[in-house]
Design a protein around this ligand. Structure first.
Ligand SMILES: CSC[C@@H](O)[C@@H](O)C(=O)COP(=O)(O)O
Length: 402
């Protein structure tokens, strides 16, 4: 099996990402040399996917500190742990502002802030604190792959057993997924796409269906490429075809990732996920969310998501008060454009951005995420196990999987 593309590549002291804006036709690596470049790559979605953006943000801090530690004349912020904290805290705050919905980014920057804080109790000096921080930044990125494999196995085995319990063979399972949740969205293997890969590796997968996922087309550009690379049997559908798919094909489950799972199990994920969940409920198809513990936000009670003015969200976050899921609104123009290579494809696969609306169109609605109420979710899977919604309840008890 060919190795799937990874979103982040580290070669010696070089941190690079694959520019996901030009995939699948062009594989372009971009070096991330500064914190600003990391922030920009996340904001403009050159890298995307909840775990991947958290990994890049953390690694950019690690690389920044590694460079500082190597300088022959130490920078001023190594004068004391206080100076280091005063210097690094605004950097973490800045990285956190890149995208609001995926809680992993906030969880990562918070974890680094806690590492800084801990050095005051342990009495570490500034250089030792910097070493601890850069190790923590690398750990955040590294631990992603192992936990993805764990949650994929939990979820895959659970689905097979559920199908068997309902009289099926547990083989040839057809699943639908939304967006991209594979190695491009994580540090490797993937969450929902990891579960699909696991089913394939263990001989239980029939076919993976995936939506194109407009307007950014994570499905047709990225999931298509990953499934093709992994040689996993698959079929792409347009976002509008989910109902038709359920009417005319046997689908055993809908499997999606998440950007934020809150205390009652309500789940924010890529726009269009809610549509698929409503249709899955209508057709009695199990709807499964696969996400790491770092995507679970127990500080938010339920998913009555709100469209936050970003400034307000960041002020509230600083005050440790995030009462609702902030739903990112992408620039309206992004919903008017389609990216790809000129067709028919030529050898150089020249990139094009095409406008699909009249110029100057007013009134464009472009939320990047929607919230699926727990009521419509059958099970939530993390690296710690599977939480299943109890019969007749509208929420999911996450206590066993966080
Ligand atoms: C493992 S990725 C889970 C989610 O981050 C994914 O489903 C998703 O919604 C990604 O959105 P994106 O806007 O592409 O960052």
């Amino acid at each position: 099996m060919a190795a799937p593309l990874k979103s982040i590549r580290i070669t010696g002291d070089k941190l690079e990402i694959v520019n996901q804006l030009v995939l699948p036709h062009t594989v372009e690596f971009i070096e991330i040399k500064t914190i600003e470049e990391a922030h920009d790559a996340i904001k403009t979605m050159k890298i995307r996917g909840a775990p991947a953006i958290a990994s890049l943000a953390s690694l950019s801090v690690s690389f920044y500190l590694e460079r500082a530690l190597r300088q022959s004349t130490p920078p001023d912020f190594f004068a004391s742990t206080d100076a280091l904290q005063a210097h690094i805290t605004p950097i973490l705050d800045f990285l956190f502002t890149a995208r609001p919905t995926a809680v992993n980014l906030g969880a990562a920057t918070r974890r680094l802030a806690q590492t800084l804080e801990a050095s005051f109790t342990t009495g570490k000096d500034a250089r030792a604190t910097a070493e601890a921080l850069l190790a923590e930044g690398r750990a955040i990125a590294d631990e992603d792959v192992g936990r993805n494999k764990e949650m994929s196995k939990w979820g895959g085995d659970w689905l097979v057993e559920r199908v068997k319990a309902n009289g099926g063979s547990g083989k040839q399972l057809n699943v639908l997924t939304v967006c991209n949740t594979g190695s491009l969205a994580t540090s490797g293997y993937g969450t929902a796409l990891g579960l699909i890969t696991y089913l394939h590796e263990t001989g239980s997968l029939g076919k993976a269906y995936f939506t194109q996922t407009a307007p950014y087309h994570q499905g047709s550009r990225l999931t298509a490429l990953e499934l093709q690379t992994l040689k996993i049997p698959s079929t792409m559908i347009c976002d509008t075809m989910v109902g038709s798919l359920f009417q005319h094909h046997e689908i055993h489950a809908v499997v999606v990732g998440a950007d934020r799972v809150v205390r009652n199990g309500d789940t924010a994920n890529k726009i269009g996920t809610y549509n698929a969940a409503v249709l899955a409920a209508r057709h009695k198809i199990p709807f499964i969310v696969v996400a790491p513990v770092s995507t679970v936000d127990l500080d938010v009670a339920d998913g009555s998501g709100y469209v936050a003015p970003l400034v307000l969200f960041h002020v509230l976050y600083k005050l440790k008060f995030v009462p609702r899921i902030p739903i990112e609104q992408r620039p309206p123009l992004e919903a008017c454009l389609v990216r790809g290579a000129l067709y028919p494809l030529r050898g150089d696969k020249e990139q094009a951005v095409v406008m699909i609306t009249p110029e100057g169109l007013d009134g464009i609605y472009n939320p990047s995420f929607d919230v699926t109420p727990a009521d419509l979710i059958t099970a939530i899977v993390t690296e710690k196990g599977v939480a299943v919604k109890r019969e007749g309840e509208a929420w999911i008890d996450l206590s066993g999987i966080v």
